[in-house]
Write a protein that binds this ligand. Sequence first.
Ligand code: PEP
Ligand code: MN
Length: 365
Amino acid sequence: MKITPISSWLPRHSHSNSPLVIAGPCSAESMEQVLTTAYALKNIPEVKIFRAGIWKPRTRPNNFEGLGEIALPWLAEVKKQTGLLTTTEVATAKHVELCLEHGVDILWIGARTTANPFSVQEIADALKGVDIPVMIKNPINADLQLWIGALERMNNAGLTKLIAIHRGFSVADKLEFRNDPLWRIPMELKVKFPELPLLCDPSHITGERELVQKVCQKAIDLNMNGLIIETHPDPNKAWSDAAQQITPEKLKVILSEISLKTEHSTNADFGLQLSIFRGQIDRLDNELLHILKLRTDIVEKIALAKSEQNITALQRSRFDHLMKERLEAGKTLGLEESFIKEIFDSIHEQSVKLQTDHFESKKKN
Ligand code: PEP
Ligand code: MN
């Protein structure tokens, strides 16, 4: 991928190693709301770019879907009055055309759009020959290839001022956050394309303003290049994503409290590597657990069959044979014998226990 570094198109204070911060409301609601937010953000030195959604992709119909075209001149006004660059989300060729007409500085592609190659290609085609920075949010599903594919489609259309935004992934069982960060995915992207700037969107990851600071710190610890944070003068009254927006004042506090890594810190690289390895371990451990569950299900079937035939749970010869085979297979793989023996002793012990329990319960019934 051919990437033009941010430093060549976005002037920054050369002495500062602070992250690039993009801030502004989830949605543009009125000229007054947009300008009030922008003026407050102008006083935060890290904030260089003003965001506001104009076309909002909503999960269910009949929610506020953005004000559309009428809000575009407000972004131009923000730029004129505060000097902040402006960015908004585009999902169709028509959105692109309107943004270019109104001089929006940077475009972003939202998570739902990134997941659809037809839409991404439509945007790429509309941008052919235009030299504008484009930020691409990760797709809503945890598919790194889809994210890379969208970046490549832009790159193939000649766009090189690209930025990736990590906003977490939609999962069926929500744990701590609105969107699961699955940190290993943006980290893998960073390893594959070290020159591609990577920002984090703690607002859409957390879905909750109290958690935003913690995720900001995590992103910085992982050596991400910046943050995009939803900011509203009166968050509780926001027309979309009210629970996750913070005031510009709160943003200022969060940014001042973030502990930064020193530039070229080997620690940050170490943190990056470690998080990738840990992600891999997590995945493998999960597979191990699933395999143990499958094995347990089969042991239960054996228990049932044996109890019907009145066969004992422990059959010594079968176990000796199994252990010998496993130790040999382990040895071929270069695994230490005592380790493999311990694991299979334990697995076998549990199998016998399950079968004995089954016999006991059968006797009781
Ligand atoms: C947004 O940034 O307001 C937005 C809709 O984000 P996402 O595409 O990440 O859901
Ligand atoms: Mn939002």
